[in-house]
Design a protein around this ligand. Structure first.
Ligand code: GMT
Length: 377
């Protein structure tokens, strides 16, 4: 199949999933055309069966806000016609699904029908999508897509709860390549980032308020106060980084924390982790946690959103009530101070990642979904 994929190309789960899906489909013989405003960061370079089409937004003196959504539509029309796309698959509803539905209608008038698949990822439904300025637009795009998928049962039910959706929504969970994401011991790297030794807690996110990075710092502070030999490695960057740094200084734990910024490849870092902390206030899936699980890292997470579909309490890590610093600290301490428990959860995490979320299991679900919807179109 010739498949157009649009996503946010920046650091973030939806862009990662879209890019990895495109790469996996290309390996399975499909022609993949990424359409975005810059090269998706996980793509790095184009390879066999993969092309990249940059959306350029022309400026004009009247445009205080250059119309990216329309430029994207125009590019989709162009790529669909000249690359003979069979499908447009967009990730994150705003504005990608609306641009794609408009592109499909323009193409229809030209005598070509290119079905639109929309994958809902998270805040396009749970947060920003509910903004009264966006909600009717998101609702329209969902109902006018030829197929809609959500990355968890939780996201499907939230979509049904907040929008008037007539069409069925298929749940296709996120996935990873568990041959790439696996634990590779690297003593030299551990020595470089934690020269004083000790256990390692890792958190990876885009430092948005929803990630509650300050909870991570507070848990770490409690463990240090308990006298634990422990390090905290924070990977990623975003709006809450400065406040997190300030809190670390106020609590006197600045010296034991490494703010690493955006990291690739992340599996090197995950391979030295003893616990992965993800205390998010909203999380439809938690791809960063899945990457950690595949690297044999037990998860301590909040028990909200789609996280319980991923992190099974007592099997792959622990679930804690949202914002409960005591519980998060207790569970993290339990894992860090009991090697047998740590090992059992680490194995459980890897097993679940491989058995349930490996790309060889999930990517064919997308293919089957495309086939089924193409037959119906
Ligand atoms: O919706 C967002 O917040 C952005 C999105 C992203 O691009 O990072 O994250 C969401 O999609 C990921 C991939 O499907 C999920 O793993 C994340 O849980 C989800 N984020 C939230 O729900 C906050």
């Amino acid at each position: 199949m010739n498949i157009g994929i649009t996503c946010y190309p920046v650091y973030g789960g939806s862009g990662v999933v879209a890019t990895e899906l495109g790469k996996a489909l290309a390996l399975r013989g499909h022609q993949i055309h990424f359409i975005a405003y810059s090269m998706p960061f996980r793509l790095a370079h184009v390879t066999e069966n993969i092309s990249f089409h940059e959306v350029a937004v022309n400026t004009y003196p009247l445009f205080e806000y250059p119309p990216y959504s329309l430029a994207l539509t125009g590019k989709m029309v162009d790529v669909a016609r000249f690359e003979h796309l069979d499908i447009l698959h967009v990730h994150y509803a705003i504005p990608h699904a609306t641009s794609a539905v408009l592109a499909r209608e323009i193409l229809r008038e030209q005598g070509v029908y290119v079905p639109v698949f929309t994958t809902l990822h998270g805040t396009d439904i749970t947060l920003v999508g509910q903004d009264p300025g966006f909600a009717p637009v998101v609702n329209h795009a969902i109902n006018h897509s030829d197929g809609v998928t959500a990355v968890s049962e939780y996201l499907r039910s939230e979509t049904k709860r907040h929008f008037q959706v007539d069409a069925p929504i298929e749940v296709i969970p996120n996935f990873i390549d568990t041959t790439r994401f696996r634990r590779c011991e690297n003593k030299a790297f551990k020595q470089a980032v934690c020269p004083d030794g000790g256990k390692v807690i890792v958190h990876v996110s885009n430092f948005r308020p929803v990630k509650r990075v300050e909870d991570v710092i507070r848990v770490f502070h409690r463990l240090v106060q308990d006298g634990m030999a422990v390090n905290l490695l924070l990977a990623g960057d975003g709006p809450d980084r400065m406040s997190a740094e300030r809190l670390a200084r106020e609590l006197g734990v600045w010296g034991q924390i490494r703010f690493l910024g955006k990291q690739e490849p992340i599996e090197e870092l995950l391979s030295i982790a003893d616990v992965f902390l993800i205390p998010s206030g909203s999380e439809t899936f938690g791809l960063a946690a899945l990457e950690a699980m595949a690297c044999n890292v037990p998860i301590v997470s909040s028990n909200i959103g789609g996280l319980p579909e991923l992190n099974v309490d007592g099997e792959t890590g622990f679930l804690c009530p949202l914002g409960d610093i005591d519980a998060l600290t207790r569970k993290t301490r339990a894992i860090l101070s009991d090697d047998a428990l740590q090992q059992r959860l680490a194995k459980g995490a890897r097993r679940r990642a491989v058995e349930m979320f490996d790309q060889d299991r999930i990517v064919p679900m997308y293919e089957a979904y495309y086939e089924q919807a193409l037959q119906a179109a």
